[in-house]
Write a protein that binds this ligand. Structure first.
Ligand code: TEU
Length: 548
């Protein structure tokens, strides 16, 4: 890629912004965010400079899993609005140069979806084959002892159906049977129906599960995954100028290009989670807090940069609606909140790929902590508590994990101002608002030229305006350093040098020859520095980015 080549896909120079609609902005006082609220806040996103919004599910849903349990793919949940509101959102966003990327949740539906009701009601119904049914085992119990992701057995007995059905996540989320060509046809038609409404693409929920072989027990990256993705491409994506991001908890550096390699005709990029899982406990997963390990995080981030250097494309993120907020998890939401929020943003946004900002991240919103069971809303966290309690785990031990990595930590309302309920709602919010909002809110941060928002604006503008940032070749440096992230990006004769001290300690750093610390400061969290005798003294959470 050279500076003169201009025909790169729009999503390679754009930055994405994830909206989790329930907590974004309420306009009708029911305590739940809505589409009109998103329209009302589009100027905030335009000011930030984002190119597209990934909208978490807004479809009709009983909301057992907060919209990841869809009961009608062609209707909007009434608490969020109507299809007219959706059309208005698409048009108003487009008028500001922002595309709307919908969430495609097609590994499963809600158990209230009309397809599932018909499937359950009769063996002869065409829809029966669209889900995964098995007879009871010889003892009358479930066909296998597979556990569901959110706790309990993955097989649920349906009296009406006279069979068990698979709910890999929960009994409220029966798995679709992708082996059925008629089911796939339904999905292609639904996707094309949304494209006709003008959406800019899809984020595809747990897409690496659709090719599963249930009897072989192969769920992730099953034998038919890529066959189905290629069929999807032919039936819906080919010839459209849209973006597709597949979510995969199993993709590795070795399998990534099977999804997003240039000649694959499947997806544009994947959300991979290896850098996230690098911080999880080997046996207890995310529920057991574990000391930070920057070298392990870097090993994944740098490794993915290298693995997709020449083919494929990275999605860059530390947070989303399933993960804790990054300033709390990887930064310091105490005295270094502003600095660490800016520092993390610098380190991530100047890598090669498409960055994603999770709502509130652009002002350095911290995690919300809970103290009592009644404050929890998330199905996964509650299901996990049931299992842990049965195992004898104490409430305190459970709570420590839930407050560090549980999904409710990042799902509380966006802080717009110091008005009641953070300006999110005039009613009673569906989940408790983080009490930090009078101090940390959009109005206040945006008024500060050194705020987090202004810093994100600069990083996002640098990506869209400068090929060095979007397409420069990545080279990781000082890989084993326990506190510093350092790398360079190169394009033609230009070089971007990035050094970030991801710690609250003053850190001396021996500057590798490849880093050029003098030059045009592109972005910094504290202040630009000169190299002192080959050694740099970095302030706590100081990040420097220099182009020359
Ligand atoms: O998440 C996929 C998924 O596997 C999560 O359950 C994940 O393992 C866990 O939350 C890690 O913290 C997607 C959606 O992003 C999530 O919100 C849904 O609940 C899930 O799929 C089911 O649709």
């Amino acid at each position: 890629m050279t500076e003169t080549e201009t025909n790169v896909p729009w999503w390679q120079t754009a930055t994405g912004y994830q909206i989790w609609p329930r907590s974004f902005q309420d306009t009708d006082g029911d305590g739940i965010g809505d589409l009109a609220g998103i329209v009302a806040r589009l100027d905030h996103l335009a000011d930030l400079g984002v190119g597209f919004v990934w909208l978490s599910p807004v479809y009709a849903s009983p909301q057992r899993d907060m919209g990841y349990d869809i009961s009608d793919y062609r209707a909007i949940a009434p608490e969020y609005g109507t299809l007219d509101d959706m059309d208005r959102l698409i048009a108003e966003a487009r008028a500001r140069g922002i595309g709307i990327v919908m969430d495609l949740v097609v590994n499963h539906t809600s158990d209230r979806h009309a397809w599932f009701r018909a499937a359950r009601a009769s063996r002869g119904a065409p829809e029966r084959d669209w889900y995964v049914w098995r007879d009871a085992g010889p003892d009358g119990g479930p066909p296998t002892d597979l556990r569901a992701c959110f706790g309990g057995p993955a097989w649920t007995w349906s009296e009406e159906a006279g069979q068990y059905y698979l709910g890999y996540f929960s009994p409220f989320q029966p798995d679709l049977n992708w082996q059925s060509p008629a089911l796939r046809q339904q999905i292609w038609e639904m996707m094309n129906w949304w494209f006709a409404r003008g959406i800019a693409g899809f984020r595809m929920d747990v897409i690496s599960l659709i090719g599963k072989d249930v009897d072989a027990g192969t769920f992730e990256e099953g034998p038919d995954l890529h066959r189905f993705l290629r069929e999807m491409h032919r039936q819906t994506l080919r010839g459209r100028d849209v973006v597709t991001i597949g979510e995969s908890w199993s993709v590795s550096r070795d399998t990534a290009r099977l999804y997003c390699g240039a000649d694959r005709e499947e997806l544009d990029m994947v959300f991979q989670f290896n850098h996230i899982k690098a911080g999880w406990d080997d046996t207890h997963g995310k529920w057991k807090p574990r000391p930070r390990d920057l070298a392990a995080l870097k090993d994944e981030l740098f490794g993915w940069q290298e693995a997709l250097a020449d083919d494929g494309w990275n999605a860059l993120f530390l947070s989303n609606h399933d993960l804790p907020r990054q300033v709390s998890k990887y930064g310091d939401d105490g005295i270094w909140r502003l600095r660490s929020a800016r520092c993390l943003a610098t380190a991530i946004h100047l890598m090669k790929g498409t960055p994603f900002v999770y709502q509130g991240e652009e002002i350095g919103m911290p995690n919300t902590r809970v103290a009592a069971l009644e404050q929890l809303r998330d199905l996964e966290t509650l299901g996990h508590w049931d299992e842990e309690r049965a195992r004898g785990t104490s409430w305190d031990a459970f709570l420590a994990g839930a407050n560090e990595n549980g999904r409710d930590t990042s799902r509380t309302p966006v802080h717009w101002s110091d008005a009641p309920n953070a300006g999110f709602s005039t009613g009673t919010p569906w989940i408790g608002v983080n009490p930090d909002y009078p101090r940390i809110n959009v109005a206040r941060d945006r008024a500060d030229p050194d705020g987090v928002f202004a810093h994100y604006q600069r990083l996002i503008a640098a990506r869209s305006g400068r090929r060095l940032v979007s397409h420069g070749r990545f080279r990781g440096l000082a890989r084993d350093h326990p506190r510093v992230v350092a790398y360079i990006r190169e394009l033609d004769q230009e070089r971007l040098s990035v050094v970030a001290n991801l710690s609250g300690e003053v850190t001396e750093f021996d500057v590798p020859d490849a880093l050029a610390i003098a030059g045009e400061p592109l972005s910094w969290s504290v202040r630009p520095r000169d190299r002192i005798d080959g050694r740099l003294v970095l302030e706590p959470w100081e990040a420097i980015a220099v182009a020359r």
